[in-house]
Design a protein around this ligand. Structure first.
Ligand code: GTP
Ligand code: MG
Length: 304
């Protein structure tokens, strides 16, 4: 960890003046926020962003029914507005397309619901900037998630799915279900994320793709924060998510043992455009960069 990137973890020293620290690794860090009804928490989330390290902040709004877009514009964020609700995974596809287009070397995915501590971004991105990792996860399970308010049933199901995923992926991570992540440009250019689900299981598919591509994955501890506005996922959606995660594990295992190779788990070929990647590809026409105004037609809400 570079001292200049994470002052909190810098060792204290006594005695003669130490040699000047090595220069911090440099790279263009871009934050993306997949947003849906984040008006109550966006400002607090943004206030904690370490602006000295971060180049740009891009918010993709998935047809929020509150003031998310107005607040984001007032704060000076770059805002992309979907014309139709595309779901949490569909939102991230737009996020990563935009970040790559903007020249990101490292992309941080930060939920705008203030659930994750944005002041941890320097520690999260440091291993990627040093070229050691391609995917970094902010893990609540390296601390005490129950003390942070995680419901016990979410704690238990997270433990169960994480144990299974560790066995299937051959890793020893403390959790896979965090929404605080950072990716190298190389990862986003390698995995075919446009083929992923538009739902919450997108995050798990992305980890499976990173493992299948042999990319390096690490984790740091982040505090757990639960409060009403930080969590919209109830029991029904959690069950769908859990079953979808089991399916991701099954698909991965079949791909690994070459019984059923999966295009989703096969690294992308250079030079292909998102639109050539199949039916899951983002339709550029689904994105409204603000030209349509508040009266533009909006599709009825669909589940993320
Ligand atoms: N596009 C889209 N995004 C959503 C939807 N629901 C939630 N989100 C976004 O996805 C992020 C995570 O949603 P949450 O409901 O907080 O779920 P979570 O944090 O993964 O799960 P919890 O552990 O319950 O907090 C938030 O930043 C929301 O803005 C949806 O239906 N569509
Ligand atoms: Mg949340």
């Amino acid at each position: 960890m570079s001292p200049s990137l994470d002052p909190a973890s810098a060792p204290t020293s006594v005695g003669p003046t130490p040699a000047a620290p090595a220069a911090a690794p440099v790279g263009r860090v871009i934050i993306v926020m997949p947003a849906y009804n984040a008006a109550l928490t966006l400002e607090r989330t943004y206030a904690d962003v370490p602006h000295d390290l971060v180049d740009r902040v891009i918010l993709v709004d998935d047809v929020s029914r509150d003031q998310t877009v107005e607040i984001a514009r007032r704060l000076g964020l770059e805002v992309i507005v979907h014309r139709q609700n595309r779901g949490y995974g569909g939102n991230q596809k737009t996020c990563y397309d935009a970040a790559l287009e903007a020249g990101a070397d490292v992309v941080v995915m930060l939920h705008p619901d203030y659930q994750y501590d944005a002041t941890r971004i320097p520690a999260l991105v440091a291993p990627i900037l040093r070229g050691e990792m391609d995917l970094m996860l902010g893990s609540r399970f390296l601390g005490d998630p129950l003390a942070g308010g995680m419901p016990r049933w979410k704690f238990v199901s997270n433990r169960f799915l994480t144990t299974l995923e560790n066995a299937v992926f051959g890793l020893r991570l403390s959790e896979y279900h965090t929404g605080f992540r950072a990716y190298s440009r190389h990862l986003l250019e390698t995995i075919p994320y446009h083929r992923n689900s538009d739902d919450f299981v997108f995050d798990q598919e992305l980890v499976a793709q990173a493992v299948a591509a042999g990319l390096a994955i690490g984790e740091i501890a982040v505090p757990t924060r639960y409060f009403a506005e930080a969590s919209s996922v109830g029991l029904r959606r959690s069950i769908v998510y859990g079953l979808s995660t089991l399916r991701v594990c099954g698909r991965f295992a079949l791909h690994r043992i070459r019984v059923r190779p999966s295009p989703k788990l096969t690294p992308r070929q250079r030079g292909r455009t998102p639109d050539s990647l199949g039916p899951g590809a983002v339709d550029p026409g689904a994105v409204d960069n603000g030209a349509n105004g508040p009266d533009a037609p909006r599709a009825p809400d669909a589940p993320g």
